[in-house]
Design a protein around this ligand. Sequence first.
Ligand code: ADP
Ligand code: ADP
Ligand code: ZN
Ligand code: ZN
Length: 755
Amino acid sequence: MASNITVTGARENNLRDVSLSLPKGKIVVFTGVSGSGKSSVVFDTIAVESRRQLNETFTWYVRNRLPKYERPLVDAIDDLSVAIVVDQKPIGGNVRSTVGTMTDIYSIVRVLFSRYGVPSAGPATAYSFNDPAGMCPTCDGVGKTVRLDLDRAIDWSKSLNGGALRVPGSSVGSWQWKLYAHNDLFDPDKPLADYTPEERERLLYGARGADGTKVTLRMKSGTAEVDSEGLVNRFERLFLKRDTGSLSAKSREAADALTVEGVCEACEGARLNEAARKSRIDGLSVRNYVSMEVADLVEVLARIDDPVAAPIAAAARERLERLVGIGLGYLSLDRETTSLSGGEGQRLKMVRHLGSALTGLTYIFDEPSVGLHPRDVGRLNDLLVRLRDKGNTVLVVEHDPDVMAVADHVVDLGPGAGVDGGHVVFEGTVAELREADTLTGRCLRRRTPLKEAFRSPTGWLPVTGADLHNLKGVDTAFPTGVLTVVTGVAGSGKSTLVSEVFTAAHPEAIVIDQGSIGVSSRSTPATYVGIMDTVRKLFAQENGVSAALFSFNSTGACGTCAGRGVLFTDLAFMDPVTTVCPQCEGRRFDDEVLEHRLDGLSIVDVLELPVDRAREFFQEVSVVRKLETLHEVGLGYLTLGQPLSSLSGGERQRIKLATQLHRTGSVYVLDEPTTGLHLADVDTLVALLDRLVDAGNSVICVEHNLDVVKRADWVIDLGPDGGKHGGEIVFEGTPDDLMDHHKSFTATYLRRDLG
Ligand code: ADP
Ligand code: ADP
Ligand code: ZN
Ligand code: ZN
């Protein structure tokens, strides 16, 4: 077997004929400023080619049914092994996907209960909430039900005649209202609050039992016997049980406003039917097992010593320990995967692969340190090393020097970003990189000092009695007019405090997250900052034609791809595949449109200009000013026409920041803004945050990066540990005072860093 993966002449995106030789069975870390081309090498070239080559090994018949991967722009890639990408894309799935099901640990718990639980509910499917044999019949194994919220559906202080009913279609005089107001069961003038328990039951759930289920309705034409259904039952039948697609948007909205999602009353959220819920092992139910923290479950399983059960318990423990080992011990098996952060999801996926017996694969990670406190990075490194030692090649895109430290080989891309990048500027060991004359090398040698003067708060935004998730009645206040950094190990409660509690208490805060930008697939940096109208007008004036011609959602657009430049093929069972439009070859416009020039450039040429070149190309002050905001957030390397969908999470966050630069008096909340940022880019980011504060804004960041912590005016440190061992404020004050703190992990690592 060859000992290297060789890449020859890679030219995806900004890559300039990159050739590389990557040692197999080693950890290779890719470094470089954001936009230098790391993802272009690792994801767009190596991973894509691996998938394509894998597809080619199938028969023609199978291949015709698989997505077609375009060959990446590369002369050759040799001795590539099967690549597995472990990224931060949210773990899809639905309410049925939990930490337990995703890691397969739940299936071991099921086997354990079926063999050893008392009384046993039967075989292992009897404990599966995704199987009719085990699921709670009330909630179908979801653990939650949607119910009519009686306090919103009824105004108890009013009578039926006075308009007590607020359910859609039950206004005074309506047919539904008559069902209650025109019979002998209720006094239509009595406030509902004064109903007897029996009356109340009949109103809500209908007449039942001895009285029969029919009621006599008084109508103009005489009387009629109708089924007494009750308000709640009727609502459920019409709005909850019915295929909701058949309701009008208006009724849907009105009904939604009256419902609450709550824990299923039958199973109390356990998702299981009664037989499975009753079963116990040493007094603990399946529910107890899946709702406790993973770290505690390890202890519980260790106490099982029955000869039949112990090997099963040991199998579950081994997997649980991997979760603990990667710093996820604070999660519980019943946690829905859709509620996990990107970093947590990536680590969970990683754990799944550690259990695999396959070797000789190429694993590809995208900044696995995201969301990890310096304390937890060591554990991450252990996992990377173990994957390697099982005989795999591990490729990692990473900015954290602590992760770089375990690399056997480093590839540094640069020297700059975008058109100024795309070269391999260094290849070798980490020790050699530390001596190298590249931006990364220089950054590794320098040390950021602690800020000397801290800004004084201009006021305080309080949060009191916060007890969501693991928070233990936190009382604190966030200072205004300064840069505040919220720190703490993973799972300590930072996001809960900042993104949930604080933003709910202070809705005026502006959250700048890394989530997608809710715009069309045709959006680009140019449309996002709003310069395209002017650009189109300039083209129109210069060429004496209509400005609309230069828009890729109108007349000038390529007819084949409707101006998208790519064609989407939707495959039911896989990710949709995009291929470059064969008509316009990705240029998005009709050929004729390209004849029109502005200072020698066609509209496509202009859209291919990086922001920093475009700043020189245009003279219009309004355009230049808007482009400058992109430069200031460090995105000067993006081209004007690059689809926003190609931006990374960190880039998305910064482009959102760009549109905020000229505001004042706002409170900004950012979750880990250094994601995707090179050590050198962190300086630019902090300078930007400083500028926002100096302009009279307040900035609050959740952040692990010590170089940011050192430049905060105020630190709120949560902990001491994750999950139930966290949720308290360990320290609040200036970074200077934090240095002297002896219980905070953040303080420990800060002292180590400033050494
Ligand atoms: P890194 O991973 O080092 O941050 P990338 O490989 O993502 O850098 O990007 C390298 C360059 O290629 C950047 O200028 C980026 O804007 C550009 N680029 C990335 N993806 C696309 C794309 N789909 N279309 C056009 N340009 C892209
Ligand atoms: P941090 O941001 O410091 O990593 P989080 O605020 O995400 O920590 O989590 C704090 C605690 O709250 C953890 O125990 C975590 O498992 C729990 N938690 C976070 N989000 C949810 C959720 N949506 N449902 C249940 N528990 C949650
Ligand atoms: Zn239930
Ligand atoms: Zn086209």
